[in-house]
Design a protein. Structure first.
Length: 457
């Protein structure tokens, strides 16, 4: 699949335009003009939205977040809250996506990054009854600003970290693990992608052709239906592409491939990454579901042996502007994170941005692209955690600060300082008026709204 004809590129370009996927010829052109290590601003708030101030949660009355003054929010879906199906909300909120449910309502499908210790929180929906992870689905009324329902939607999985929305109204939840039978009391192998419908609950099915690896996030190209996958496995992380046999029917199988750089076998993207576009080629993974317990070569190992590229801990991914954006949480010359841009029509990749210091951006993890074009970056670093915006003109700024210190004013059983807990699951309502995001510990979801205007996110 390394060589592409002009006819195919023309077809994809027409398809992308028809799908509304391409909104500008050169997204982030101003940022790239200064090189990927250049930012117009950092360490501070947005020049458009203003400085961050303690903001009162409309649910608890506590200043759980710091936001620009004109923005407001409410918390909901706390860990332990009883859901509509009578099941307590699981903990460890992580990746999430929002879907239009009609009449001003939004369906949120939310991951829970719980490991293999607890039993399945919803046994009737369990892939493996001995695994504690899964997803919940929440319905939020954007007109009234309130949660109206929630339920378990898949269970019995391990470390559901991130994932991605599909154009056919489902959520692909990803297991960040390669544990399996023989590890603790697990009854099945793990490390797969499973699909959760927006309406109702899932039939828990592992899509083994999409690879058994330490999955993080996926991004579905709306022009082709091909799925791009990130891997969070230290310095042995790859960027993958799954070409399904049937668009929208991932369970029917397909071909898994790993990105390589043409003319640069086993290219290391972690440091000293070139600023220019790099042409890519794709290495077919012959055994996407290796028997790791029997010594089978890992998915990364197979691709790397064929010359595919190496990344540092790949995390969030999102399709927008006809491109696929994806993050490395620990890549770069100072190890504070990188943002990559992949062009699926021209089949090339480049470094869009690299954090020069933890003060600018500290270990970006989950991400989304805002309806206004900018990137929303959730930190998983050290110290106080932030959600950053990166605008199309190259301005990076702090938009949300975690201020959830509950030592003096506990909420239910939660009485610790959680301000160092990571943000995750950023996504917007389809109308662009609400930003949803999670704090992983103790497990809280937030809905934020305000005068987004031309501030970039």
């Amino acid at each position: 699949m390394g060589n592409r004809s002009i006819d195919r590129r023309s077809f994809l370009t027409r398809s992308a335009l028809a799908a509304g996927a391409v909104t500008m010829a050169t997204p982030f052109a101003a940022l790239l003009a200064g090189g990927p290590r250049h930012v117009r601003r950092g360490r501070g708030p947005s020049p458009d939205y203003g400085p961050l101030e303690p903001a009162i949660d409309q649910t608890t009355g506590l200043p759980l977040l710091m936001l620009p003054r004109a923005f407001k929010y409410l918390s909901f879906g706390w860990a332990g809250d009883m859901m509509s199906d009578g099941i307590p909300t699981p903990s460890s909120h992580d990746g999430m996506a929002a879907f239009d449910a009609g009449h001003g309502r939004v369906r949120l499908v939310r991951n829970h990054e719980v490991g293999d210790g607890p039993d399945a929180f919803a046994p009737s929906l369990a892939y493996d009854p001995e695994a504690g992870g899964g997803t919940t689905t929440l319905e939020f009324d954007t007109l009234r600003g309130e949660l109206v329902g929630s339920w378990a939607s898949i269970s019995g999985t391990v470390r559901n970290c991130a994932g991605g929305a599909t154009p056919w109204a489902s959520w692909l939840t990803c297991e960040e693990t390669t544990l399996g039978v023989g590890n603790g009391d697990l009854t099945k192998n793990h490390g797969y992608i499973l699909e959760v419908p927006v309406d109702g609950t899932a039939v828990p099915t592992a899509y083994k052709a999409m690879g058994r690896l330490s999955h993080e996030a996926v991004a579905v190209d709306p022009a082709t239906g091909w799925v791009y996958e990130t891997e969070d496995a230290g310095g042995t992380s790859g960027f993958y592409r799954f070409r399904p046999t049937t668009r929208g029917a991932l369970g029917n199988g397909g071909v898994l491939e790993m990105l390589g750089v043409k003319g640069k076998p086993q290219f290391d993207t972690r440091t000293n990454q070139a600023d220019d576009w790099l042409d890519v080629e794709w290495k077919v993974i012959d055994t996407p579901d290796p028997d790791l317990a029997a010594g089978g070569l890992s998915v990364f190992g197979q691709g790397f042996a064929k010359g595919a590229a190496r990344f540092a801990r790949l995390e969030g991914a999102w399709p927008a502007h006809g491109r696929i954006y994806f993050l490395s949480t620990s890549g770069g010359d100072v190890g504070q994170g990188q943002i990559f841009e992949y062009d699926p029509v021209e089949e090339r990749v480049r470094l869009l941005f690299e954090s020069p210091s933890a003060d600018i951006l500290n270990a970006p993890d989950n991400m989304c692209v805002s309806p206004r074009g900018g990137l929303v970056l959730c930190e998983d670093g050290s110290g106080t955690e932030y959600v950053h915006g990166l605008t199309l003109d190259g301005t990076i700024f702090r938009f949300i600060q975690n201020n959830a210190d509950l030592r003096q004013t506990p909420v239910g059983p939660f009485n610790q300082d959680y301000s160092g807990s990571e943000f995750a699951g950023s996504c917007y309502s389809p109308d662009g008026k609400w930003l949803f995001v999670n704090i992983q510990s103790p497990g809280i979801s937030f809905a934020i709204t305000g005068p987004w205007g031309s501030g970039g996110i």
